[in-house]
Ligand binder design. Sequence first.
Ligand SMILES: Nc1ncnc2c1ncn2[C@@H]1O[C@H](COP(=O)(O)OP(=O)(O)OP(=O)(O)O)[C@@H](O)[C@H]1O
Ligand SMILES: [Mg+2]
Length: 324
Amino acid sequence: MTLKELLEKDLKFLLVGGKGGVGKTSVASALSIALAEQGKRVLIISTDPAHSVSDSFDSDFSSGEITKVKGVKGDLFALEINPEAAGSEISKAIGQDVDSNQFSSFAAMPGLSELQGFSEDMQSIPPPGMDEALSFAKILEYAEDDFYDTVILDTAPTGHTLRLLNIPEFLDSFLGRMLKMKAFIQNAMTMVKSLFGAKDEKDRTIETLEAMKEKVLIARDQLMDPEKTQFVKVLIPTMMSIFETERLVEELNHHLIPHEFSVVNMVNPDNQECQYCSHRRNEHLKNIEYIESAFPNNDITVVEAFDQEIRGLDMLSQFRNKII
Ligand SMILES: Nc1ncnc2c1ncn2[C@@H]1O[C@H](COP(=O)(O)OP(=O)(O)OP(=O)(O)O)[C@@H](O)[C@H]1O
Ligand SMILES: [Mg+2]
């Protein structure tokens, strides 16, 4: 299936990821325009504090609110979440400092580290940082909400994406442990209350935790369903980018996230008169052959480097035309 055919399907989530600077935001933005122009209601989300989706569209989506993208035919909306700002808002709300880089507040919760098995969990599954947590919160929100036909996630460079992929497992394990602990405490409390004849008040914590766990599982199922989700890998034709993509593929396989599409971006155009250019191009073509053999079941889209930056609707539309 080609990327064009993929966009005609009813995809719920389109995740775009890869190494830093390879063109993830440009590809995510171009695909969001293509989907909106097909009549789909689309939301593009980024948690990049550098506001690159704004830069890509040459607009300002940094308000933290969902904003309609002007100038695109159809319903395209953008949301840029600033992890730093979101972190300080959560801090204000709970009256305690939240480390926006790492959810160390989880580990610092009184008594939690002593909880049997919890520290081992934290070691085997690295806790998410704030940006991944916010991205996953959006996945959770839209997994059961059909207001947007497709939600596109412009993900941060690979390392962050790997932590994002770990979140469902992390939350499942965390909530499971909380539920066990809660059930134990609740039983003990009921016993104590019945001993002293106290009236039992209904505690809804277990229901809340179970509902959260259920939501996480629903989102995880959608992320694993090739009819609902695709992770588009963006890379450039250099061995460094290829190696990083191979590591990413291992993780995507491990988490059962469908990833049948790759975009090889910034390939040197053909120019016989320039020795440097033809050297680079030959190297790129050789590496594309390697990519084709390394990802045999992938649809691979090759895009040449433009002679200018991909910025603003006009350039994004030209870029879109090269991708699909
Ligand atoms: N095919 C191309 N030709 C020319 N310039 C390109 C091409 N693709 C992307 N660019 C430019 O390269 C730069 C990096 O692209 P982009 O921001 O999309 O990458 P990214 O992977 O999202 O980066 P980051 O990891 O920082 O989020 C931008 O200035 C973009 O306009
Ligand atoms: Mg980017």
